[in-house]
Structure formats: structure tokens, C-alpha cells
Design a protein around this ligand. Structure first.
Ligand code: MN
Length: 470
């Protein structure tokens, strides 16, 4: 008995204290993305990608590469530019502009690959210090027929680039087009390959562990921040570089605030908690929400709303099948919520009246599904047929689901206090249930459903150890 126990203890130690870190995709993987992009562009295209400069502020998380820039280059440092020109002569097809090695600066802000590292580790055929971009760009753009750029929200960079491109074009007789390549890259990012799905699974699994940790800590008298801290601990200790988004841990009156981010209130018996928190891992985001009673036992009202949201989520997930349109998820989830609220008397009128008056938006004010990937609200078109306003968009997203797409399904009900005509027993109850769904040939696969979700599973996960009361 003794030896196995020791081994168990050692294993526990190593998993607690050793950060293995996420798997880093190899240079081939990024090169394949560049090749796939090239195949979508006209012959003679030149692509200029901006990796944004580090923000001025010296506080906050370490800067994160722009998702699309990283997807195409794998280069993780701030303030860089990649020029990609498939039809150019060898030696000029892929050029990186990076911050040069400079110990006096690196000792403050971190080590750099430098010009040599850009070639050796990131497959650049040539590399230059970032300051040389203006000087070198003329020869890199010469002879190109169309410019495609990715500005990563660096507007001055984009304006300067287009100005020089147009000046350059004016010198010739043809008019040369310049366009944003972001929508093209976004469509590539929409369908995940096996490497991306493997990393996403890790991000989600880590987030599920974090949710379990938080569930076990919830009880009256505990501050929301304690749950948030436990989740951040789990994400970072598991090798995540940062959270996938600002954690939302709201109890009672905060459970009806969709993006409540203070997490600094003492939870009271009888309240609900909405916990929308997840890890980023290897650059990929999970996005998971669980809702549960502070006391560990659902009250009748909490149970009634939770059952509607859960049924709504299951109806939505069932529509996440290859060939379906994205809005079918929204429609299926919506129908269950409206029917459930009508039955409870929390919405008045008929299903049709609720839809045409949009009275449901008082308690169900958001859409139920978005793409998930490198960004929590990932890139990729929804192909809205009716873009007039947010509710029209939710119900008209015509993108066709394909295997390899990953999306969230996250219906919710939030009853604010002083809701007109609503019995106060319903006030300040918020419920959102959100899971991450992979579309496969065989149907929807819920990546995050291991986080307790059925009512009994939630209560069991919160059951206190013997002798402790809530
Ligand atoms: Mn979400």
C-alpha cells in the first residue's frame, strides 16, 4: 500500500507544480495556412500582415498576438510585419519584419527572436528590422497585381500602406486593387483542423475543471471573487496563458447582468450564481457558463427557470448538425424559452404576439450561439440575411454548418427586480447555460458537457463534505 500511495502523492505534486504548457503547432502548420490563403487569392497577389505594437500601458496581461496574424505566421512577438507573396522569386516569397535583438530593450520587455530567429525558427526566407519596412516594401511590392492587407486594427499602418501602394500603382498604367484580407482569413478559421480541435479540447477540459472547482466553493457568505480566483488558478496552473475573456461571476442581483465583471460581492442564501468563465489554452478560447444556487439546492423558482433554459439549450444543440443553417440553433432554443415562460406566466399573450412585440427581450436579451476558436467570439461570417438589428441578425444567420466548426449554445433567462407584473419571488434570478459544440459528421459533440449541467449533477457537485452546512 505504501509505495502506490507515495506514487499517487508524487503524481499529484507533479500535476500541481509542473506546467507542461500547451502543444505548440509546428512551422509546417503555419506554412500550410499561408499556402491555403495563397490558393484563395488571385495570381500576383501580395499579402501584408500587421502584428500590432505593444500597447503603451505597463499594467495588465502580457500582450497577445493578433489571432489572424498568429494563425498565418506563428510569430508571437509584438510589432512585426509579414509580407507574403507566393508568386515572387525565391527568397522574397515570405519576409518578416521584426524587432531587432537589443539587450537594453529586451531586459525590460522580454527576449526577441530577432532577424536571425525569424529566419531560423519561423521559416522567413528573409528578415529585416521592423524599422526597415518602408525602405524594403517598395521592392517587395514591385510587380504585384493586387494588395491584400491585415491591419490588426492599426489604422495608421493601414493608411500609410495603402497610400504607398496607390502612389506605386499610379506610376503604372493599370489600377491596382487593395483589399482587406481579414474576411478571407476569417472563413479559413471557421473550420477547425485536427490540431486546432485537439487544442480546443484541452482549453475546454481545463475550463471544465475550473468550473468544478468553483462549484465546490459556492456557499452563503463566500465572496464571488473566491470562485473567480479558483477558476483563474485552475486555468493558469493548467498551462493557460490567460483567461479566454473577463470572468463573469455574478450572484443574486448580479446574476441578471449579462457581462458583470466585478466579482466582489458576498453571496447570500437563496440566490443564483451565473458563472461564465473559461480558460484560454494554446491561444484557443473555451467559453463555458454554469448557473447554480448559492445554497446548493434549487428553489422551486430557480428550478423552473433552470429547466426551461436546459431544455432550450438541448433543443439548440440538437440543431448543430452539418448542413443546418446557423440560425436553426437560435430558433429552436428561442421556441423552448418562450413556450416555457408563457407557461409560467412570465410572458403574456401568445407565442406569435411575443415574437412580433419582442416582449421576450425583457428577460432573454441575447443571441444563443457564436463561433468559437482563437477568439472567444471567433472570426467567420454568419451570413445574416437580415442585418437590421441584433435580434433580426440572431434569427437570420444563414451560414451553413460544416464538420469542424465549433460554436457555443448559450440560452439564458434573467428576471430583473421590479419587473412589471412579475411576482417578486422571481426577481434577480439569472440562469445561463453555455457549452462548446463541435459539429461532426456524426452530429453535435458537446466538448464541455462534463461540467455538471443536469439539475441533480449540479446539486451533487455542490453537496458539502460531511459535517459542513450551507
Ligand atoms: Mn459565449
Amino acid at each position: 500500500m505504501r509505495v502506490p500511495m507515495l506514487l499517487v502523492a508524487l503524481a499529484a505534486c507533479s500535476s500541481t507544480f509542473v506546467l507542461a504548457g500547451p502543444p505548440a503547432p509546428g512551422a509546417d502548420w503555419f506554412a500550410a495556412h499561408r499556402a491555403a490563403l495563397a490558393a484563395k487569392l488571385p495570381p500576383g497577389a501580395v499579402v501584408v500582415l500587421r502584428g500590432p505594437a505593444e500597447p503603451e500601458a505597463e499594467i495588465g496581461d502580457a500582450s497577445r498576438p493578433d489571432s489572424s496574424f498568429w494563425y498565418l505566421t506563428g510569430f508571437p512577438e509584438a510589432d512585426s510585419i509579414a509580407v507574403f507573396r507566393p508568386s515572387a522569386a525565391e527568397g522574397k516569397r515570405y519576409v518578416l519584419f521584426v524587432r531587432a535583438k537589443n539587450w537594453a530593450e529586451e531586459r525590460w520587455t522580454g527576449r526577441r527572436a530577432g532577424v536571425e530567429g525569424a529566419k531560423a525558427d519561423y521559416r522567413a526566407e528573409a528578415a529585416f528590422p521592423i524599422e526597415d519596412f518602408q525602405k524594403e516594401s517598395r521592392s517587395l511590392l514591385a510587380g504585384a497585381k493586387a494588395l491584400f492587407y491585415l491591419d490588426a486594427r492599426d489604422r495608421p499602418f493601414r493608411e500609410k500602406l495603402i497610400t504607398s501602394w496607390q502612389a506605386f500603382a499610379a506610376a503604372g498604367t493599370e489600377s491596382l486593387p487593395a483589399s482587406d484580407v481579414a474576411p478571407v482569413v476569417a472563413q479559413m478559421r471557421l473550420v477547425k483542423d485536427a490540431t486546432e480541435i485537439a487544442i480546443l479540447r484541452e482549453a475546454v477540459n481545463l475550463s471544465v475543471e475550473a468550473h468544478r472547482a468553483a462549484l465546490a466553493l459556492a456557499r452563503p457568505g463566500v465572496n464571488e471573487g473566491v470562485l473567480k480566483a479558483a477558476m483563474v488558478q485552475r486555468c493558469l496552473a493548467g498551462g493557460g496563458a490567460r483567461m479566454a475573456y473577463a470572468p463573469i461571476v455574478g450572484s443574486g442581483p448580479n446574476s441578471v447582468i449579462l457581462h458583470y465583471s466585478d466579482a466582489n460581492r458576498v453571496m447570500q442564501r437563496g440566490e443564483m450564481i451565473v458563472n461564465d468563465t473559461a480558460c484560454e489554452y494554446g491561444m484557443y478560447a473555451a467559453d463555458v457558463t454554469r448557473s447554480y444556487p448559492v445554497s446548493g439546492r434549487f428553489s422551486p423558482e430557480q428550478r423552473a427557470l433552470y429547466e426551461i433554459v436546459l431544455a432550450s439549450q438541448k433543443a439548440g444543440i440538437a440543431k448543430a448538425v452539418a448542413g443546418a443553417k446557423h440560425h436553426e440553433i437560435q430558433v429552436a432554443s428561442y421556441d423552448v424559452i418562450v413556450d416555457g415562460l408563457l407557461k409560467l406566466g412570465l410572458l403574456k399573450g401568445t407565442h406569435e404576439e411575443v415574437k412580433s412585440s419582442r416582449s421576450y427581450t425583457a428577460v432573454f436579451p441575447h443571441g444563443v450561439s457564436h463561433w468559437l476558436g482563437l477568439d472567444v467570439h471567433d472570426a467567420g461570417s454568419y451570413e445574416f440575411a437580415d442585418p437590421r438589428d441584433r435580434f433580426s441578425r440572431y434569427f437570420s444567420s444563414n451560414a451553413t454548418l460544416r464538420p469542424g466548426m465549433v460554436l457555443t449554445v448559450e440560452p439564458g433567462i434573467y428576471i430583473p427586480e421590479r419587473s412589471e407584473g412579475v411576482d417578486p419571488k422571481w426577481w434577480n434570478i439569472g440562469v445561463r447555460i453555455e457549452d462548446d459544440i463541435l459539429v461532426t459528421e456524426k452530429g453535435p459533440e458537446c466538448l464541455s458537457c462534463a461540467a455538471p449541467r443536469e439539475l441533480a449533477d449540479v446539486e451533487n457537485a455542490m453537496r458539502p463534505v460531511a459535517g459542513q452546512s450551507r
